[in-house]
Design a protein around this ligand. Structure first.
Ligand code: FES
Length: 102
């Protein structure tokens, strides 16, 4: 049976709420953030500055920077970050771009 995400999770994880792009997600506490977001069905982590093309994690080891997200106001690599309760996560510069259009 096909699921929303091709990633499987362990079922006994303690979950904590985080916010991503205005949605509340319950992610496994202490898990790799990039993996947890992918498993939750997030497919777009950021958009490129020039063309606006969608990007998502590629290397999962801190080399490609395709997984950049803004966490509590700081742009960081999701694949190098652990999930913790109450994180406020957004796509980098997304609100700035919307402000510039208005
Ligand atoms: S997925 Fe490549 S740096 Fe995070």
């Amino acid at each position: 049976m096909k699921t929303v995400s091709p990633f499987l999770e362990l079922e006994d994880d303690d979950r904590v709420p985080v916010r991503f792009a205005g949605r509340t997600l319950d992610l496994p506490d202490g898990a790799n953030l990039a993996a947890a977001l992918l498993a939750a069905g997030v497919q777009v982590f950021r958009h490129t500055a020039v063309s606006g093309a969608p990007r998502a994690p590629f290397c999962m080891m801190g080399a490609c920077f395709e997984c950049l997200v803004e966490i509590d106001g700081v742009v960081r690599q999701a694949c190098m970050t652990d999930v913790r309760e109450g994180m406020e996560i957004s796509r980098p510069h997304e609100s700035e771009a919307e402000d510039a259009i208005e």
